[in-house]
Design a protein around this ligand. Structure first.
Ligand SMILES: NC(=O)c1ccc[n+]([C@@H]2O[C@H](COP(=O)([O-])OP(=O)(O)OC[C@H]3O[C@@H](n4cnc5c(N)ncnc54)[C@H](OP(=O)(O)O)[C@@H]3O)[C@@H](O)[C@H]2O)c1
Length: 330
């Protein structure tokens, strides 16, 4: 993949442009502060009733309504939830964005699944951080950065790539690496990874293993520590050293169990399910299901949340984490 670093980026492509950051949530806060600290003129676009207005003002960030912020800026960054983006574009940005300005996304969902059909005069690009908002900000402040994916959807000005690289530079991504991809590949791999591994796979693996131990008569505390608490230790090692590197830090007993038992958990049936899940992402079935869910007020999401909250792993976890309050410190 084509990869860029700070040394090959011309910051002038972003300096001197006014950037309107739509939303002040996980990513919005990090991008607004990082860009501001990199010398970019930033305004935050928030609804009149937004509870984030005070926080922005305390941090010295100017706030305007989304329409005013967009109409006075050269770049608009879409950092509201993916499901809110189509209405924000259709009802506000489509008519308020300046002629020839740029629309930047942090995830390709709305464009790839055609929920937004941007005006032809706009540059439309993506700078997708490979990390949560807190990391994007904390690593920037530490002089480091999270890597990011860059993609172009419309290059009306012919300068969209330079702008995307400048934006990524200002957000600290050029310190780690900026990988050029497409909206399609970013969206499909991101959805698949969160469904198969990061969210769907991991949480169900943990809960099922916890249930197995508790059903067999073991104390919930032991099941919690073994199947949930210690995930972080292994995840940190995998993150820092890769899977083979992690295995160098575990006992031979654990490593033997890994090779001999792991394939019974992730077996041909699991791999078949992964291929099906990927196909549902690629052929649009997942997007249609999510859109129908959103239109009806997220009933399945609410049901899933209640069921998960009622699972015994939550009560024991709350009790054990209260004994280690430093776990929730940032
Ligand atoms: N979460 C991550 O770490 C992460 C990682 C990589 C990429 N991304 C991508 O980054 C983008 C933003 O995600 P996020 O998780 O940062 O969003 P988020 O935290 O859920 O965004 C919350 C912000 O969006 C505003 N907002 C919510 N609904 C709105 C609406 N209908 N109209 C206008 N503003 C609205 C909220 O304003 P109020 O104050 O008015 O409620 C709030 O300021 C998404 O495309 C996501 O896929 C996120």
């Amino acid at each position: 993949m084509r990869t860029y670093f700070d040394m090959s980026i011309e910051p002038a492509s972003i300096l001197g442009r006014r950037v309107a950051v739509m939303g002040f949530g996980a990513q919005g806060r990090a991008h607004a502060l990082n860009l501001r600290d990199s010398g970019v003129e930033v305004v935050v676009g928030l609804r009149r009733e937004s509870s984030s207005r005070g926080a922005c003002q305390e941090l010295g960030l100017p706030v305007q309504t989304p329409a005013r912020a967009a109409s006075s800026s050269d770049v608009v960054v879409m950092l509201v939830p993916d499901q809110a983006q189509p209405d924000l574009y259709r009802e506000t940005l489509a008519e308020s964005m300046k002629e020839g300005s740029a629309l930047v996304f942090a995830h390709g969902y709305s464009i790839h699944f055609k929920h937004i059909d941007p005006r032809a005069d706009l540059d439309v690009l993506m700078v997708a951080p490979l990390g949560i908002g807190d990391q994007v900000r904390a690593l920037y402040e530490a002089g480091r950065g999270v890597p990011a994916l860059l993609a172009l959807h419309q290059n009306a000005s012919g300068e969209a790539r330079d702008l995307g690289l400048g934006y990524a530079w200002a957000n600290g991504h050029g310190r780690a690496g900026i990988f050029e991809t497409t909206f399609r590949d970013e969206t499909e791999t991101d959805l698949f990874a969160e469904q198969a591994v990061l969210c769907g796979g991991l949480t169900h693996l943990i809960s099922a293993a916890f249930d197995t131990l508790v059903d067999a008569g073991y104390p919930e505390e032991l099941a919690y520590f073994g199947c949930l608490h210690e995930v972080k230790l292994i995840a940190d090692l995998v993150h820092q050293r890769g899977i083979a590197g992690m295995r160098k830090s575990i006992s031979s007993t654990a490593e033997f169990g890994d090779y001999s038992r792991g394939p019974r958990i992730i077996n041909e049936e699991s791999r078949h399910a992964m291929r099906e899940i990927l196909e549902e992402v690629r052929d649009g079935r997942f997007d249609r299901e999510l859109s129908a869910e959103a239109e009806t007020g997220f009933p399945a999401l609410r049901e899933g949340r209640s069921a998960a909250q009622a699972h015994p792993i939550e009560a024991v976890g709350e009790r054990l984490r209260a004994m280690m309050p430093w776990l929730s410190e940032k």
